[in-house]
Design a protein around this ligand. Structure first.
Ligand code: SAM
Length: 234
């Protein structure tokens, strides 16, 4: 095997401030907006000229938060309830050799502001600070394969979870004006049911917390129902 050195061409500014509750694939939560900030060596409009003709792009990135934890030959995909094992190359697991991830996301715009080039993205599944190693335009004629089969991950994961907000949570959402889609964003993150597989099998009420943007959000889960109990600045 040869060794290669790869440097980040930029990094992601994302509302997801910790791994927990990030959707397992891109575009499951369309309200997840992010910016790709180009590193100084790539901070020139020439690098992205023509990219605005594409509605979607591929991001190749490093699972930087977990990269130093190595990899296993076999992993337990959450899809299978965390009980069954598959080869790492048969999954999208984060703990993989080279720790490289790929996501097709929506490109909403290209910004050049105060000398900083950035891509405006939506539907991302990336942690804040994720290093980006390459960007490629998404090519529907070649990349979209409607007839492809996908074994244990053949269908979009759908849950029947309902989401409700406490009075305090609704008041907080309505008072802030930074994020017009905040309620839909929180709702769609929770509908993905971010609980670990073994917790989903447990009975009774469970309490959780997550950080989105600069907010702490706490919620309770009972059966298939989430209640967002409290939101406050982090
Ligand atoms: N779409 C990508 C792929 O297929 O390579 C990522 C799939 S991976 C299953 C998605 C998970 O990666 C998210 O739910 C989140 O927990 C985790 N994740 C996102 N950004 C990360 C980062 N920078 N470092 C480590 N884990 C990350």
């Amino acid at each position: 095997m040869s060794d290669y050195q790869i440097s980040a061409i930029g990094h992601i500014q994302s509302p997801y401030k910790q791994k927990f509750a990030i959707p397992r694939q891109p575009r499951l939560v369309p309200e997840a907006k992010a910016k790709l900030i180009f590193a100084p060596d790539f901070n020139r409009e020439e690098f992205v000229r023509g990219l605005d003709e594409f509605s979607h792009i591929w991001l190749l990135f490093r699972f930087h938060e977990t990269a130093d934890k190595g990899y296993s030959a076999m992993v337990r995909p959450p899809r299978l309830g965390g009980n069954e094992r598959k080869g790492v190359f048969a999954t999208r697991a984060t703990f993989r050799p080279n720790a490289i991830g790929m996501s097709a996301v929506k490109l909403e715009g290209i910004e050049y502001k105060n000398g900083q080039l950035a891509l405006l993205l939506a539907g991302i599944d990336l942690l804040d600070g994720t290093p980006i190693v390459d960007i490629k335009p998404y090519l529907p004629y070649s990349d979209a394969l409607p007839d492809a089969s996908a074994g244990f991950a053949d269908t979009r994961p759908e849950t029947q979870m309902s989401v409700e907000f406490s009075e305090q949570a609704l008041e907080f959402i309505n008072k802030q004006s930074h994020y017009p889609e905040l309620q839909a964003f929180i709702s769609n993150v929770l509908k993905q049911d971010p609980r670990p597989a073994y917790k989903k099998q447990k009975q009774g009420m469970q309490s959780y917390g997550m950080n989105l943007y600069e907010y702490n959000i706490t919620w309770q889960v009972t059966d298939s129902h989430h209640l967002v109990t409290h939101i406050e600045p982090s």
